[in-house]
Design a protein around this ligand. Structure first.
Ligand code: HAM
Length: 409
């Protein structure tokens, strides 16, 4: 039978048993972030369009791919395509910059980008991420990267590549941009069509190009590292030194520019070594001027976000058997209040139960219970029968004896 309605293109239902994998990832993120004393933040699904356009950049792909509409009062609203701008908004609006001079936040949320759907690229997708406000120090960059690596490690994803770069501040970048423009202009005829367009608007994005014909030109392009100030070089070297000390392998990638305008200084990505162009699991970096640009005090910041769907593709984690402790049969209405009392006692004592509210006949219930891998079955009638489905031992017990019987098995 075909449903009358289908999901919107680029969106997915997350169905059981896969939801168990999601729960596992989410609980790993909560536990690792909390070990580092990062606190969870949740923000609304929609924000004003301006928040993103002005702060992640009007000309960025992310900005152009937003789901935007006008509300009844004519205000332009967008589903959030990313979390850094909303977190900064909330950080300023809530006055957290006063309350927490060093403010460490994390999130797990859904985001929306009107991209061409393909494997690992959806229109609604999920990220977890962290943002730390209040220090320029290189230790903060290293802690952020350590958290990303630690979460991936706990999820058994070890076959990754950490790429790191320093893209300098806006001064350094505008010098670099004009140098790049000259260089790419000299090779304009050999560039891909997309890169020719980028050359006018944002030549640094050409470094990101996946087009074949651009690759040799990119390889020989001038490097930003040659234009970094002494301070920027020192910061970069300090971050690398911390990573070495932590035993975290990295590759310096002088062409790593990120697709959002707010970055400066350290930028990084963690990619998988699997085939395919959607191999970026995680991306982040510093954005030291964003808080001030959005109306807050001068506050350096650094963070990352990771795509959960891409992590799941990578994890290919075996689904655990969904073990039930006790299968409950209570088919006779006369005994239902006794049945519910027993169920309540069992869950209060930590057991996981499955109550067959369908009230199939007892023969089929026994078959079901065995199939479900439950350890016990309790049939509630005038009598209460507890059956150990492994040893096949069974016993009639009183209500007060159930817990003791289960414990002794
Ligand atoms: P981003 O690189 O746009 O950065 O996204 C981070 C991660 O989200 C990507 O590496 C990818 O795994 C996942 N992702 C992005 N778009 C999609 C999509 N359409 N479908 C599936 N997964 C996707 C940011 O969002 C920044 N806010 C990260 C950040 C936080 N920088 C500093 N703090």
């Amino acid at each position: 039978m075909k449903s009358k309605y289908q999901k919107i293109k680029g969106t997915f239902d997350i169905l059981p048993p896969e939801t168990e994998v999601w729960q596992h990832i989410e609980s790993t993120v909560h536990s690792v972030c909390q070990q580092f004393s990062f606190q969870e933040i949740r923000t609304p699904a929609m924000e004003s369009v301006d928040l993103f356009k002005r702060n992640i950049g009007d000309e960025t792909d992310v900005s152009k791919e937003m789901f935007v509409w006008e509300d009844q009062s004519g205000k332009e609203i967008s589903l959030k395509p990313e979390m850094t701008a909303p977190v900064v908004r909330a950080y300023i609006e809530s006055g957290f910059f006063r309350k927490y001079p060093l403010c460490k936040l994390y999130y797990i949320d859904s985001f929306f980008r009107r991209e061409k759907p393909q494997k690992g690229r959806q229109r609604q997708f999920n990220q977890f991420g962290v943002e730390a406000f209040g220090t320029k120090n290189s230790e903060q960059d290293a802690e952020i990267i350590l958290i990303a690596k630690q979460i991936l490690k706990k999820l058994d994803i070890n076959n990754t590549n950490l790429m790191i770069n320093n893209i300098g501040d806006s001064n350094t970048r505008s010098k670099y941009e004009s140098k790049l423009k000259t260089y790419f202009n000299d090779h304009k005829n050999s560039l891909s069509e997309l890169s020719k367009i980028r050359l006018e608007k944002n030549p640094m994005r050409i470094l990101d190009s996946k087009e074949k014909e651009d690759q040799t030109i990119i390889e020989n392009a001038p490097l930003i590292r040659d234009l970094l100030s002494k301070e920027e070089k020192e910061h970069f070297n300090a971050v690398l030194k911390h990573l070495k000390g932590l035993g975290i392998d990295y590759n310096e990638n002088p062409h790593l520019v990120r697709g959002l305008d707010y970055y400066n200084g350290t930028t990084f990505e963690i990619t998988t070594q699997s085939e395919g162009s959607q191999n970026a699991l995680c991306g982040g970096g510093r954005y030291d001027s964003l808080v001030q640009k959005m109306g807050g005090p001068e506050t350096p910041a650094v963070g990352f976000a990771a795509g959960i769907e891409r992590i799941i593709l990578e994890a290919k984690q075996e689904l655990g058997e969904n073990h039930i402790d006790i299968y409950i049969s209570c088919n006779d209405e006369k005994y239902i209040s006794k049945g519910f009392n027993i169920i309540y006692d069992l869950i209060e004592n930590g057991y996981k139960i499955f109550f067959d509210t369908n009230k199939k006949n007892i023969k089929n219930q026994i078959k079901d219970a065995v199939k479900s891998n439950a350890k016990f079955m309790i049939a509630i009638n005038e009598t209460i029968t507890v059956k150990n489905l492994l040893s096949k031992k069974e016993k009639n017990v009183s209500e007060g004896e159930i817990l003791a019987f289960l414990k002794n098995q």
